[in-house]
Write a protein that binds this ligand. Structure first.
Ligand SMILES: [Zn+2]
Length: 143
């Protein structure tokens, strides 16, 4: 089975098999952004226009979450039959970022509470017409 990220450049996996998100970090003021980009610092007080691509923390604190109980409309991919899933907003303290992501299968809102430690992983988002599994970053409860 071939697996390919659904979107290129948002995460990478190191030699140990650990996955981390890739963010942009302003070379001028150190502000982070996610999704990654290489220009356009978000800090209005900063004149720099160059962001370096850097790995982000693999763990963060659950800041908020919800549960999606309705299939998204096309063109968004969705399994059939639809299964409810949780979405987490996880705060990365070192970066000052809150990163949204799906929560892994089997963990729903009732299993989550604000303040718990979450860690990054990946999951299959959908299988495309060529049978390729398209993956996305996802959050799971840290072990
Ligand atoms: Zn900046």
């Amino acid at each position: 089975m071939t697996t390919v990220p659904a979107i290129d450049g948002w995460f990478a996996t190191d030699e140990s098999g650990a996955t981390h998100l890739i963010g942009g970090k302003c070379v001028g003021c150190g502000t982070f952004v996610f999704p990654p980009r290489e220009t356009n610092c978000p800090n209005p007080g900063c004149a720099s226009d160059e962001l370096a691509l850097v790995p982000l923390s693999r763990r963060g604190t659950l800041w908020s979450y919800t549960e999606n109980r309705y299939a998204p409309p096309p063109p968004y991919p969705s399994p059939d039959p639809f299964e409810p899933f949780a979405v987490a907003a996880v705060e990365l303290a070192d970066e000052g970022l809150i990163v949204l992501g799906k929560v892994v299968e089997g963990t729903l809102a009732a299993d989550l509470h604000v303040g718990m430690t979450m860690e990054l992983t990946t999951m299959t988002l959908y299988t495309d017409d060529d049978g390729v599994e398209r993956t996305t970053h996802a959050w799971r409860i840290a072990k």
